[in-house]
Design a protein around this ligand. Sequence first.
Ligand SMILES: [Zn+2]
Length: 179
Amino acid sequence: MPQQVPQPVAQPQPAPIPQPEICPVCKGTGHVQQQVQTLFGMVMQIRDCPACKGRGTVIKRGNGAAITGLIVAILSMILLFVTKSTSIDEYTASISDVKDTCTSWMVMFWIGTVMLVVAWVLIIVSLAKKNHSPVVITAIVFASIALIVLFICMTDYSDVKDTLDMVDKYSGSYRGWNY
Ligand SMILES: [Zn+2]
């Protein structure tokens, strides 16, 4: 015989900081219905909501890491795109231009790489806190694009390094790159 087993419903707690939100599991009621198989058949049991422990509200998880991760991911993606699109024309540029371009390529490459690592750390921290908000998902998308661009940049790394080494080697002996 089905029977209702109501449990006392806790009153919503006064709003602490940060602002609590209505619990998405129980829609703010603080309790959930659950069918339980007993000796007497299926029993509809009302129990405290496990997500909010009967409060009806949940404290929104800190989104700071996720937002920072998103910003850093976007910036590293832009920086790596700029790095990738920086072309070095060794045949028409002057030796100092080649050196400057290679140096800025290296600087952008490494700053972009470090930023991307930071972005992924923040994303992983957010995921570890069970934060699956759209901010985290968007950060993952941008950080993944940045990672792909980083891999493309890596294929140019040795060329840029070789050019830079060569420029350093010859910059003492030649006034100009092309003559
Ligand atoms: Zn709840």
